[in-house]
Design a protein around this ligand. Sequence first.
Ligand SMILES: CC(C)(COP(=O)(O)OP(=O)(O)OC[C@H]1O[C@@H](n2cnc3c(N)ncnc32)[C@H](O)[C@@H]1OP(=O)(O)O)[C@@H](O)C(=O)NCCC(=O)NCCS
Length: 178
Amino acid sequence: MIAAYAAEDAERHIESLADLLIDAVDSGASVGFLPPLARSEAFHYWRGVIAALREGRRVLLVAAEGEFIQGSVQLDLETRANGSHRAEAMKLFVDRRARRRGLAKALMAALEDTARGLGRTLLLMDTRKGGEAEKLCESLGYTRYGEVPGYARSGSGELHATVFFYRELSGEGPRPAS
Ligand SMILES: CC(C)(COP(=O)(O)OP(=O)(O)OC[C@H]1O[C@@H](n2cnc3c(N)ncnc32)[C@H](O)[C@@H]1OP(=O)(O)O)[C@@H](O)C(=O)NCCC(=O)NCCS
């Protein structure tokens, strides 16, 4: 089940959210952190997200089965006046135990519906070149508008390119359920 978490929900589930982030970083994901990620750092990260939720500039969607948080994704709402139609899809994580079952696709479809509902018709997303999320963005029909070599470091210390995508949502209906 996918649900939008308010700040209080995220606070209540901060342990599970920390587990999810640590799993993503341990899996080698390029999500801003390097492994091994200390639990205190994971908590610090989610507290920042909770503050952004409270300020109404972030949306957090969570896929859960009972108490197990399987995945999450965030929509960062541009706050500058000329970008009130724009948002960034970010921090898409699916726990390794729940991957390849269509959860990321379902989270992204829910995120796009949410974005449309908020009048955010231009979505941006970036990810490491050659990673699973690059294929995901392509399969969801996102348009690649560039790549920057050596953008982010991985756990091995190597620099990797990041690819940048956008998707215009205006005039489209919701994606069919997969
Ligand atoms: C990227 C990630 C979110 C995909 O989650 P998932 O639930 O396994 O993805 P889905 O099952 O919905 O797959 C969706 C599509 O993504 C692509 N994909 C996902 N995993 C893939 C893999 N291991 N190899 C190749 N393609 C892959 C495929 O196009 C797939 O469509 P298909 O199954 O029809 O071929 C997950 O691997 C993850 O959390 N990775 C670490 C975090 C990360 O890199 N996040 C992106 C940065 S924002």
